[in-house]
Ligand binder design. Structure first.
Ligand code: EPZ
Length: 438
C-alpha cells in the first residue's frame, strides 16, 4: 500500500505551478459526451478522477487522445451508449462526479442509466436536488438497487424552471449540462457560484451552448439542438492553491504559486492574513510568506464566495499550532467532515468537536505519527500536519489524496519538503497480533 513518509520542520521555499481545477475537470469531461465533434481540453489536471472519467468515456465509445500530460482531445460523435455497462460499475461507484453522466446522457440521448455515485465519505450526500432539477426538465427518474434510471418523457428534455432548496454544486452542474440541449428555456435559481460552475458554463458556451448568469445565483439557459467541437482551457485549481498556501502558513517559508486566479483565492488569502501570513497577489500568481508567529482565528465554511469547505481540514491542521483558541465551523456538510480530527489528535493536537464546530487549542508543535487519509482533503491536512510536526509522519491511504492532487509529493519536494512515497505491504492481522503478543 502506498504511503507518504514525511520528516517535518523544514520551511518551504521556491515556486510551483498550480494544475487545472479538479472539480471543473470532473464536470467538463462528462459534459463533452454531449458534443458531436472534437473537444480539445487544456490545463487538465493529471489525477486519478480525471483518468477514471476518461476511461469511462473511452468505454462508451469516445475517441480519447492524450496530446500531452495536460491536454486531451475527446471525440464523442460516435458514442451510442446511454447506459454504463457492468464492467464500468466499479469505476462509477468510486467517484462522486459519475452522476454528471446522467445529465450528459439525458441531454444527448434522452435516456441514462448509471450507478449511484461514490466520492469522499464524510456523511450523507443526498442527490434529491439533482432529481428535482432533472425532473423539472421532464425526466422520469427511478432509483433502485444502487442504480439511477432516467428517461426524458418525449425523448428530449424540455426547458423548465427550478429553485434549488439547497445551494448544491453537483445539482447546479448536472442540471446545467442537461439543460444545454433541452428544448426551450431553463431557469435555475439559488445555484452554486463556485469558479468551476463558471468554468463549465464557459466550456458549454465555447461548444455552442447558450448559458448565462453562471457565477450569480440565477443561471438561464436557452437549449440548442446540438453542441459542436472546440477548444477549452480549464481554470487553475483554487483548492490545490489554497492547500499549498496553508502548508506555508503551517511550516513557514516563502513560496510563489504560479498559474492561479487570485480572485478565486480571496477568502483564503484574507483568512491567512488574519493569521499573520503575508499574501502578495500578482496577475496570475500569489506569493505566500510566514516567518513570524501564527495568530489564531475563526473560520466558518460556506458556499462560494465564502470560505471553501474543501479547505476546512487544511485550515484546522494549520490552526493546531496557532497560540490560543481557534474555532472552525463546517457550514456546508454535516460534522462527518471532521473525521480527520482523530488522526490529528494522534499527533498531539488539542481539538474538541462539538456539533458543527471544532475547538482548537493551539499547541507548541505536533509530533510525527502514523495517520490515515480519511478522504481527499483530510489527507491533504495530514500532509500539512506532517510537514510542520517534529519527527516522522507516515500518511496511509494516500490513494484518496491522489484522486485530487497532481504530483503532490513532487511539488512539495520541489519546495524543499522531506517527503517520499513508499510502497509498504499492508499490515496483516498476524503482524498486528504478533505485535500485541510481542
Ligand atoms: C462538490 O460536491 C465537490 N465535489 C465537493 O468537493 C465540495 O465539498 C462540494 O461540492 C461543496 O463545494 C465535486 O465537485 C466533485 P454539493 P457535491 O452538492 O456537488 C447538500 C473535494 O474535496 N445536498 O454542493 O456533492 C449536501 O448534502 C470534494 O473536491 C443536498 O442536500 O456537493 C451538502 O450538505 C469533496 N441535496 C450541500 O448540499 C443534493 O441533491 C452541498 O453539497 C445535493 C447536495
Amino acid at each position: 500500500m502506498e504511503k507518504y513518509v514525511i520528516r517535518g520542520g523544514k520551511p518551504l521555499h521556491g515556486e510551483i505551478e498550480i494544475s487545472g481545477a479538479k472539480n471543473a475537470a470532473v464536470a467538463i469531461i462528462p459534459a463533452a459526451l454531449m458534443v458531436r465533434g472534437v473537444c480539445r481540453l487544456e490545463n487538465l489536471p493529471e489525477i486519478s478522477d480525471t483518468d477514471t472519467l476518461l476511461h469511462i468515456l473511452t468505454y462508451l465509445g469516445a475517441d480519447v487522445r492524450m496530446i500531452n500530460r495536460s491536454t486531451v482531445e475527446l471525440d464523442c460523435t460516435h458514442v451510442q451508449m446511454d447506459s454504463l455497462p457492468e464492467e464500468m460499475w466499479n469505476m462509477t461507484r468510486k467517484i462522486r462526479a459519475s452522476y454528471y453522466l446522467i445529465g450528459a446522457m439525458l441531454g444527448r440521448f434522452g435516456r441514462a442509466r448509471t450507478t449511484m455515485p461514490g466520492g469522499c465519505n464524510f456523511g450523507v450526500r443526498p442527490i434529491d436536488q439533482h432529481i428535482k432539477g432533472l425532473t423539472a426538465l421532464g425526466a422520469d427518474i427511478r432509483m433502485a438497487g444502487g442504480f439511477i434510471n432516467a428517461t426524458a418523457s418525449d425523448g428530449r428534455l424540455k426547458g423548465g424552471t427550478v429553485y434549488l432548496d439547497k445551494v448544491s454544486v453537483g445539482a447546479t452542474i448536472n442540471i446545467m449540462i442537461a439543460a444545454a440541449t433541452a428544448e426551450g428555456r431553463t431557469v435555475i435559481e439559488n445555484v452554486a457560484r463556485e469558479p468551476h460552475i463558471v468554468d463549465l458554463a464557459n466550456f458549454l458556451n465555447s461548444m455552442g451552448a447558450d448559458v448565462r448568469g453562471a457565477g450569480t445565483d440565477v443561471i438561464k439557459i436557452r437549449g440548442v439542438r446540438e453542441l459542436h467541437g472546440g477548444s477549452y482551457t480549464l481554470i487553475p485549481d483554487q483548492i490545490e492553491a489554497g492547500t499549498y498556501m496553508t502548508a506555508v502558513a503551517a511550516v513557514g517559508g516563502a513560496v510563489r504559486l504560479s498559474n492561479v486566479i487570485p480572485k478565486h483565492l480571496e477568502c483564503i488569502s484574507t483568512k491567512l492574513r488574519e493569521m499573520n501570513v503575508e499574501v502578495e497577489e500578482g496577475d496570475d500568481y500569489v506569493l505566500i510568506r510566514r516567518d513570524g508567529p501564527l495568530h489564531h482565528t475563526n473560520v466558518k465554511t460556506k458556499p462560494y464566495p465564502g470560505f471553501p469547505t474543501d479547505m476546512q481540514p487544511q485550515m484546522t491542521a494549520v490552526l493546531c499550532c496557532a497560540p490560543g483558541v481557534s474555532v472552525v465551523t463546517e457550514g456546508v456538510w454535516n460534522n462527518g467532515r471532521f473525521k480527520y480530527v482523530a488522526e490529528l489528535k494522534k499527533m498531539g493536537a488539542n481539538i474538541e468537536v462539538d456539533d458543527q464546530s471544532a475547538f482548537i487549542q493551539g499547541v507548541e508543535q505536533l509530533t510525527g505519527a502514523t495517520v490515515k487519509a480519511c478522504d481527499l482533503r483530510a489527507g491533504a491536512a495530514m500532509v500539512i500536519a506532517g510537514l510542520s510536526a517534529q519527527g516522522v509522519t507516515k500518511v496511509e491511504d494516500v490513494v484518496y489524496i491522489e484522486r485530487g492532487y497532481q504530483d503532490i509529493v513532487g511539488k512539495f519536494r520541489a519546495l524543499g519538503a522531506d517527503i517520499t512515497c513508499i510502497d509498504e505491504p499492508e499490515e496483516t492481522e498476524a503482524d498486528l497480533s504478533g505485535r500485541k503478543i510481542g
